[in-house]
Design a binder for this molecule. Structure first.
Ligand code: COI
Length: 327
C-alpha cells in the first residue's frame, strides 16, 4: 500500500517513518493540506491521511474516486471536516484515530484554573514589571459547580481529574455513562447551564450540537460563568458569545478553539493579514484566554495519531476492515 500523508508537521515525521516500516507500507508526505490544488501529490497512492484542516468534501472525494484512492484516515478524533455520507456513496472507506484523552483533559483543567486565577492578566503584567494584585483576586475550584457537557473519553477524564479538586460536578450527555454517574451528577442541559459556575464542552460537532452555545443558552447560564471550549469552535455561535462578553455575562472564557480557525491556527501568520475579525476582537479581552487548538498536542497523542492512521489504512487494505472505520 502506498499512502500520501498531508498536513504533516515536522514533529510527526520520525513517527511516520517508523510506522511505515512497522506496518510495511510505502509513504510520501507533505506539509500542505489536501485540497484541489495539492491533490496531485496523492497520484499513484491507494490511501490518504490528513489532519482536520483538509476539507474532505464532495470535490475531494470525487478526485479520490477518479484516482483510485479507496481509503482515507483523518489523524484526528473529530471528523466534522469529512462528508461521510458522500464517501459512503462512493465506496471510499473512512477512518479516524483515537489517542489518550488525558492531554485534552489536562489542558481543559489548566484553562479552568488559569481563568479562575486571572492568569492571562497576571502574565501580561509581569512582562512590564507590573506586580500589582489589584483585579487579580481569584476563585477556588473547590467551591465551584463544574458542568461537563459530553461525557465521552475526554469529558470523563476531565471529571476524573476534577475529583481531586473537591468541586461539585454536573454532567450532561445524550447517552449517559454508568461509570461517570459515580463521579458526577447527570442532569438536563438546562439544569447544567443554570447551576454551573464553570462549563466545559466535550461534545463532537454534529448538526445537533452546532451553535449549542448561543444567545438562548447563554441567557440560561449564571452571571460570571466561566466557559471553556477545547472541543470545536462551531459549538459556539461566536457573535452571540461576543454579545455575552460585551454584556459582561462571563467571568472568563478559555478557548482553545474558535469558529473559522481553519487555515489560521497551526500556521505562523506573523506578517500576514488575518481576516477573522471575531478572532481579533475576542482575543483582546483581559478575561479571554485563547490558544491555537493545541490541547491535543502532546508527545503521547502525536505518536498515537500517526501510528493509528498508518495502521488503520494498512488494516483496511490488508484485512478489509478497521476498528476505526467511521460508518
Ligand atoms: C482532534 O483530534 O479532533 C483534534 O481536535 C486535534 C486536531 C486539531 C489535530
Amino acid at each position: 500500500l502506498k499512502i500520501a500523508a498531508f498536513e504533516v508537521r515536522k514533529d510527526e515525521i520520525k513517527d511516520f517513518k517508523k510506522a511505515a516500516e512497522k506496518y510495511n507500507v510505502e509513504l510520501i508526505f507533505t506539509g500542505k493540506p489536501l485540497s484541489v490544488e495539492t491533490f496531485d501529490f496523492a497520484e499513484g497512492c491507494g490511501a490518504v491521511t490528513s489532519l482536520g484542516h483538509s476539507r474532505i468534501d464532495r470535490v475531494i472525494l470525487n478526485l479520490m474516486r477518479d484516482a483510485g484512492i479507496r481509503f482515507y484516515c483523518t489523524r484526528t478524533v473529530g471528523y466534522n471536516h469529512i462528508n461521510l455520507e458522500y464517501a459512503r456513496e462512493l465506496g471510499i472507506r473512512i477512518c479516524n484515530v483515537s489517542y489518550p484523552p488525558n492531554g485534552v483533559a489536562e489542558y481543559t483543567v489548566m484553562l479552568m484554573l488559569m481563568s479562575l486565577r486571572k492568569y492571562k492578566q497576571a502574565m501580561f503584567r509581569g512582562n512590564v514589571n507590573d506586580y500589582s494584585l489589584e483585579g487579580l483576586e481569584g476563585r477556588e475550584l473547590r467551591n465551584m459547580t463544574v458542568g461537563v457537557v459530553g461525557t465521552g473519553r475526554i469529558g470523563r477524564t476531565v471529571i476524573e481529574i476534577l475529583q481531586g479538586f473537591g468541586c461539585r460536578i454536573l454532567a450532561y450527555d445524550a447517552y449517559p455513562n454508568g461509570s461517570v454517574a459515580d463521579m458526577a451528577k447527570y442532569v438536563e442541559l438546562d439544569t447544567l447551564y443554570d447551576e454551573s459556575d464553570v462549563i466545559t464542552l466535550h461534545t463532537p460537532l454534529l448538526e445537533s450540537t452546532y451553535h449549542m452555545i448561543n444567545r438562548e443558552s447563554i441567557a440560561k447560564m449564571k452571571d460570571g460563568v466561566v466557559l471553556i471550549n477545547c472541543a470545536r469552535g462551531s459549538l459556539m455561535d461566536v457573535s452571540d458569545v461576543i454579545d455575552g462578553i460585551e454584556k459582561q455575562k462571563f467571568g472568563a472564557l478559555g478557548l482553545d478553539v474558535i469558529e473559522h480557525e481553519d487555515g489560521i491556527y497551526h500556521v505562523n501568520h506573523t506578517v500576514d493579514i488575518i481576516s477573522n475579525r471575531d478572532m481579533a476582537y475576542i482575543r483582546q479581552f483581559p478575561h479571554v484566554t485563547m490558544t491555537q487548538h493545541m490541547a491535543f498536542y502532546t508527545e503521547e497523542a502525536v505518536r498515537s495519531m500517526v501510528y493509528g492512521a498508518v495502521k488503520n489504512l494498512r488494516d483496511l487494505n490488508k484485512t478489509g476492515s478497521s476498528a476505526f472505520e467511521l460508518f
